[in-house]
Ligand binder design. Structure first.
Ligand code: FES
Length: 291
C-alpha cells in the first residue's frame, strides 16, 4: 500500500471520533471574530499555510546549520523561532480543522498529535542545549524534524487529496462553459434571496446562485468555496456592513459586490460571474481569470 492509500485508510478509522468532539466543540466556542482572524477570512486566503512556513522553514534551516559546528548557536536561535511560531500556526490549523468533514478531522487529529510530539522534541532540544548537552540537543532536534516532516505529509494529504483548503467554487467553475449563459427572464428571479440557476459546460450541469436586488443581479458559482455547500439555498444578509450571500451549511458570508469572504469559516472568495441584461433576460459568464 502506498502512502496515499495508508492515509486514506487512516481517515476511515472512527475509533477516536468521540474523543475528538470535546476539542472540536472547544474550538468552535471561540468568538467568531477570533476564528475569522485565524481562518484568514480577512485576508481572502487561508492563513494556516502562510503561518506554517515559519516553523517549517526555521526547523529545516536549523537542521542544516546543526551539521556545521560553527553555526550551531544560529541553529539554536532558529529552533526557538520555530517553537514560538508553531503556536499561532497551530491555532489557525485548529480553527480550520473544527469546520471540516470527519475524514479531514481524523487526519487532522493525527497531524496535531505529530506536531505536538515534534514541538516537545524541539523544546527538549532547547533545554538540552541550554544545559550544554549539545549532542543530545541535536539528536532531539533531528528527531523533531523527522516527526514534523511526517506530519507535513499528513497535512499535505489533507490539503491536496482531501481538498481541505482548496476553493470548491473554483473547482466547480472549471466545469463551466466560457460562453454567455442565458439564466432566463429577470422578472422570474425572486427579490432579495438566492435562486438556483444552472450553467452548462464540459457535459455537466453547474449550479449557480443568482441574487436579484431590484434591476441588479449578482451571480455566483452555486457551490460554496468552503466545502461546496449549496449557496442557492442560503440567504442574503448584512454582515459587517456588507450585503452578503450566506451559506446554509456553516454560515460563511460572501460579499455580493465581489465575492470576498466577510465571515468564515470560508477564507477563499466565492467565484462571481459577469452579468449583462439582454432583452429583459439575465446573461452570465465566467470572468476570464476563471477560464
Ligand atoms: S460549505 Fe461551509 S460555509 Fe459553505
Amino acid at each position: 500500500m502506498g502512502l496515499m492509500g495508508f492515509l486514506d485508510r487512516l481517515a476511515d478509522v472512527d475509533t477516536l471520533d468521540k474523543a475528538m468532539e470535546p476539542a472540536r466543540k472547544a474550538v468552535q466556542s471561540v468568538p467568531s471574530a477570533v476564528k475569522d482572524l485565524l481562518h484568514g477570512t480577512w485576508l481572502g486566503h487561508p492563513l494556516h499555510p502562510v503561518l506554517v512556513q515559519v516553523p517549517v522553514g526555521s526547523w529545516v534551516s536549523a537542521g542544516i546549520l546543526d551539521a556545521i559546528p560553527a553555526m550551531r548557536p544560529a541553529a539554536t536561535v532558529l529552533i526557538g523561532t520555530g517553537v514560538a511560531a508553531s503556536l499561532p500556526a497551530a491555532a489557525s490549523g485548529a480553527a480550520d480543522w473544527s469546520e471540516q468533514g470527519i475524514g479531514v478531522r481524523r487526519l487532522g487529529a493525527v497531524h496535531a498529535v505529530m506536531n505536538t510530539v515534534a514541538l516537545g522534541l524541539y523544546v527538549g532540544s532547547l533545554a538540552a542545549r541550554a544545559k550544554g548537552r549539545g549532542t543530545l540537543g541535536r539528536a532531539l532536534a533531528y528527531a523533531g524534524l523527522g516527526v514534523a516532516g511526517g506530519s507535513a505529509a499528513v497535512g499535505g494529504h489533507m490539503s491536496y487529496a482531501q481538498s481541505s483548503g482548496a476553493s470548491h467554487a473554483a473547482t466547480a467553475a472549471r466545469a463551466l462553459s466560457s460562453d454567455w449563459i442565458d439564466l432566463g427572464p429577470l422578472d422570474d428571479l425572486p427579490e432579495g434571496r438566492p435562486a438556483l440557476r444552472t450553467g452548462t459546460g464540459s457535459g455537466v450541469e453547474v449550479p449557480l446562485a443568482a441574487v436579484r436586488r431590484g434591476a441588479r443581479v449578482d451571480v455566483f458559482i452555486g457551490a460554496c468555496s468552503h466545502l461546496a455547500g449549496p449557496l442557492y439555498e442560503g440567504s442574503v444578509e448584512e454582515v459587517r456592513g456588507h450585503a452578503c450571500l450566506v451559506c446554509p451549511w456553516h454560515d460563511s458570508a460572501f460579499d455580493l459586490d465581489n465575492g470576498e469572504p466577510r465571515r468564515g469559516p470560508a477564507a477563499n472568495p466565492q467565484e462571481k460571474l459577469e452579468v449583462r441584461m439582454e432583452a429583459g433576460r439575465v446573461m452570465a459568464r465566467l470572468p476570464s481569470h476563471n477560464r
